[in-house]
Design a protein around this ligand. Sequence first.
Ligand code: C2E
Ligand code: CA
Ligand code: CA
Ligand code: CA
Length: 279
Amino acid sequence: AYCFCSDSGTLLLAQQQTSLARQLTMEAELHRALAENEFHLEYQPVFDHYGDRMVAVEALLRWRKPDGEMVPPDQFIPIAEKSRLIVQIGRWVVRQACRDLAVLHSAGLAGLRVNVNMAAPEFTNTSLPYELTEVVASCGIAARHLCLELTEGLVMKQPEKVLPVMQMLRQLGFHISLDDFGIGHSSLSRLKKLPITSLKIDRSFVAGLPHDRGDGAIVRSIIDLGRHMKLDVVAEGVETDAQLLYLAQFGCTYLQGYLLSRPLPLQQLIALHHNGKQQ
Ligand code: C2E
Ligand code: CA
Ligand code: CA
Ligand code: CA
């Protein structure tokens, strides 16, 4: 028995060391990525529920390593969050997204909004509202053109830190969306007090439409909740016509997903807009 414990202890230690080593390597690579411009953004359109008018785009971070390998954000964002590198990365993202939005406005997409994903360490920073005000002003866009997406979990974990930042952002005119809504455990009484402008139904619920009765019930209650609270409701991950029809039928205001468009590089997004107008 002693032998078994000792062996499994050694194994566990070895596993921890490899994952720590991997994390440190990636951290060093992320520093380099920022310094050497290895990041870029893609934009996924958000459409109104007829699927014909682009009202916003969501900025999604892409990392191409020097050897050409693409690393998905789900793999590097959690590591960047642990090391607080996410704050620097997030600053780069928001600046680039606002610059690109100005380009989109001049390319004929006047009034379009950009949604930017935010992580916990960015949102507990009390100077965020001032930094963002400076960014939008220097890009020549208005605060209402920038929507910050944050997850339910982020708000509920540290409400005393996050709420004042949210309140100030709203007062300054920024939009705020609650991302991945439905999978966290926010109490409805707390939700009522949040200074937000939209709810984003998590993709996992949209995936079960139209046949899964549980997912259907959840999606319909989120749509109702949004209506009562006067919030826009966005469904993400719309992949089929049947899902689109279901969501439109129950009054979901905005739709996003591969069925309508994949995330696109800026130039392709402009081309999509111009082609759409010719048809
Ligand atoms: P998210 O904010 O929930 O973003 C939606 C993800 O779903 C994106 O994955 C998008 O490409 C994907 N998606 C969109 N439509 C569909 C669809 O119809 N079907 C399916 N299966 N997937 C769809 P992506 O780009 O890999 O991003 C993953 C996550 O990484 C994001 O989830 C977000 O949490 C995070 N992320 C991405 N960019 C940033 C960023 O700039 N900052 C921060 N903090 N997080 C980011
Ligand atoms: Ca998002
Ligand atoms: Ca989401
Ligand atoms: Ca997500």
